[in-house]
Each structure stands twice: as C-alpha cells, then as structure tokens.
Design a binder for this molecule. Structure first.
Ligand SMILES: Nc1ncnc2c1ncn2[C@@H]1O[C@H](COP(=O)(O)OP(=O)(O)OP(=O)(O)O)[C@@H](O)[C@H]1O
Ligand SMILES: [Mg+2]
Length: 388
C-alpha cells in the first residue's frame, strides 16, 4: 500500500493509530479521522481514551460507558453531517480489558477469581507502568478481525513519551517477570523453595515488618498475585507477540500528531525515527493547532475606520491600561501574525527532516487552531474537511 494522501490512508487502512505527545490533539484527530472515514462510506470504530466530557456527550457516550456505541445518524444530521458509512465509538477502559485478559487466560474459574479478587491486582491493573498502553493494544487486537468494522481508529493514552505504547507489551511483561517479582513470589508464595536461603529469610522477615505497617497480608497479596500471574505468562507473552505482529500489518497506518511547538515537533520526529527502527510505518504527520496568518495587520486607525463603516459605536479608551476595541483588534492581528510566522518557521524543521530526501513520512497535513475547543460533531467535521 503506497498512499499518497491522507484520503487514501482512510480508504485503504484497516487500522489507523494516532500517536503523539500529551495534549497535542490525539483524541480530537482520532475522532475527526473516524468521522472522515464514515463520511467516505466506511464502517468505522473509533477507540477513544478519556475524551473531554463534552466531546463524549456530543458523540452520545456516557462517561463510564465502555460498550461500542454507534453514533446515531440523527445526531450527525442534526450537526449538518452526512455519513455514508457508520461511526461507532468505544471508550477504552484498561482495567476492564485487563480483567477480560485474565478471564480469557486463567486455567480455571478458581484461578480467575483469585486474581480478580486480589487487592494488589485491583491496584496494579490500573496503575502498573505501561498497563494503559498495553491494554489499548490488547483491545485493538481483540477487535482487529471484527467483520463489523472496515476501519478502526485508535486513540492512544496521554503519555509523557509517545513511544510508550510501542514498548508497553515488553515492559509490562518484564515488570511482572522481573527478578524482584520472582523473588517475592519465591519467598512468600512458595516459602519452601527459599527455606535455606538465609538472606532471603532475613529479607522476608523485614518485608513482613513492612507488611505489618502497610496493612495485613499486603505482601502475601503481592506474592499471591505474582504467583498466579506466573501461570498466565505463556498466554501473556504470546499475546504480546501477537500485538507486536499486529503493529506491523501492512494495512495498519500510523498518524503522528504534533503541535507546531518545537518540543512537540522534536518528539514526533524522534518517534518517527523509532517507528522506523521498529520496522513500522510512518504514514502521516498531522500538525494540529497551527495559527493562520490573518492576511493583513491593519493599523488602529484602519480598524477604527472599518468599525465606523460597520456602524459600530464610538469607542474611547478609558485610560492607558484599557485599550479601545480598535486597539485590541489591531494588536490581536499582530499577535496572530507573529504566531503564524513562528509556526511556519517551526514547521520548516519538520519539513526538512521528515519530508526531504530520505523522507521519514510522505504526508503532512495542517489543522488550524480553532478559536474554541473542538467539542461537537460540527467542529470534528470541520477538521475532517481540512484533513481530507
Ligand atoms: N485544532 C484545534 N483547535 C482548537 N482546539 C483544539 C484543536 N485540537 C484540539 N483542541 C482542543 O485541545 C484540547 C486537547 O485535545 P485532545 O484531548 O484531543 O488532546 P490529546 O492529545 O488527546 O490529549 P491527551 O494527551 O491528554 O489525551 C481539547 O480541549 C480539544 O478540544
Ligand atoms: Mg487524548
């Protein structure tokens, strides 16, 4: 597949993964891409993570609802959006995905219940480093063959490092399989193994002391949890390999979202390089919230004259600290122009490094910074229009 434009990516991909650093607009872009795909006649599932409440409501999602829900056509038409295909939205819930994984891989009902009821599991399943990223991948794997969808658009969690989701399967496995985790398991869940290990016994006593401080049975709960998980490792590891293989599918596209800020561009370029190192595709850069040059930067008197032509009321300054409307408009235009210049300058770095010879990524799309947050279907459709 050699897509030349984002439209082709939308037409030809089975999965589009939106990645980028925190707050750049991954969720917004994922929802807009999903809407664009549905407008092109595809049956799209948007797997979203923690969307802003107003956006979730606009799409017909309740906050805690993790079932797949089709966005009612009436909602779309009410927003002036005509959709040939179907748009379904689903909120990712890492804890619930982890639970499903345990249910699927536990060898018995007793084992399943022991893990699910373990207090440590309850804590770790939502907080362990990489869990959220891994579970996003896990859910994707569970849905990627679903014949009910032509395209799955996957939002990724707000991580400080956009690479986290790539390394997550390995990291989660290695955390659970670390020497420390194995030692705790041996010492507490199978004490006979370390009976002659004086050091371990000394440490075990110390840990029991910690356990007294941290609440009855805490360490035993950790050990019990780790010991049970050991039984699942085969399944987990195979699953992590399957996730890894899915990330390399030919019809799996990567959309790298960035803002025009230098730090975000640096991160997304680094991310694109790492994708290449992993042998993964880099299909599209979307630069979100780009400032548009206002076209002209009028003087205060020009703005005054224009306001007078429009029949606006006379506008006098109430003092040096309170500028007139015309002064504020003129200043806003200058500021917007400066921001647009700065963005253009920053984007040159992206273009030279990513789109030049030996290109990292063949497509770059700009999405303007809108004056207000993107929290309804009409605004998503506005972005969909720009990117396609
Ligand atoms: N082009 C835009 N113009 C104006 N506001 C935007 C634009 N894109 C996104 N926003 C707003 O920016 C905020 C952050 O966007 P979003 O939640 O999509 O980012 P994110 O990358 O998913 O964040 P996180 O890393 O926290 O998950 C939201 O309030 C959204 O409405
Ligand atoms: Mg988000």
């Amino acid at each position: 597949m050699e897509p030349r434009r984002l439209c082709h990516v939308l037409d030809q991909s089975r999965v589009i993964l939106c990645a980028g650093c925190g707050g750049v607009g991954k969720t917004t872009i994922a929802a807009s891409l999903a809407l664009a795909g549905a407008r092109k006649g595809r049956r799209v599932l948007c797997l979203t993570i923690d969307p802003a409440r107003r956006l979730a409501n606009a799409l017909g999602l309740e906050r805690m609802d993790t079932e797949a829900k089709e966005v009612e056509p009436a909602r779309l038409t009410a927003a002036g959006v005509r959709v040939e295909g179907r748009l379904t939205v689903m909120m990712l819930d890492p804890k619930r995905t982890f639970d499903d994984l345990i249910v699927r891989h536990a060898s018995s009902a007793a084992m399943r219940d022991r893990i699910l009821q373990n207090r440590v599991y309850a804590h770790l399943s939502s907080r362990l480093a990489g869990t959220q990223e891994y579970m996003a991948m896990e859910k994707l794997l569970a849905l990627v063959h679903d014949p009910g969808y032509d395209l799955i658009v996957l939002d990724t969690p707000p991580t400080s490092n956009a690479l986290d989701f790539l390394d997550a399967p390995g990291r989660l496995i290695s955390t659970l399989d670390s020497p420390m985790a194995r030692w705790i398991t041996d010492t507490f869940a199978a004490p006979r193994k370390s009976r002659f290990d004086v050091v371990a016994r000394g440490a075990a006593l110390a840990l029991r002391g910690v356990a007294r401080l941290t609440g009855a049975g805490f360490i035993e709960q950790v050990a019990g949890f780790l010991a049970e998980l050991n039984g699942l490792f085969g399944g987990f590891k195979r699953r992590a390999e399957a996730v890894s293989a899915a990330l390399r599918r030919d019809d799996f596209a990567y959309v790298l979202v960035t803002s025009p800020e230098p730090a975000s561009i640096r991160e997304v370029l680094y991310f694109a390089e790492r994708l290449a190192e992993h042998g993964l595709r880099r299909d599209v850069f979307i630069v979100n919230r780009v400032h548009q040059a206002p076209g002209a930067t009028p003087t205060v008197s020009e703005v005054d004259a224009a306001l007078a032509r429009l029949g606006g009321p006379a506008d006098h300054a109430a003092g040096a600290s309170c500028p007139t409307l015309a002064e504020r408009i003129a200043r806003a235009a200058i500021e917007e122009d400066a921001l647009a210049r700065r963005d253009r300058e920053n984007l040159r770095v992206l273009d030279e490094l990513a789109l030049g010879p030996g290109e990292l990524c063949p497509i770059r799309v700009l999405v303007p910074a809108f004056p207000a947050d993107v929290h309804d279907i009409a605004a998503l459709a506005g972005i969909a229009d720009r990117i396609c």
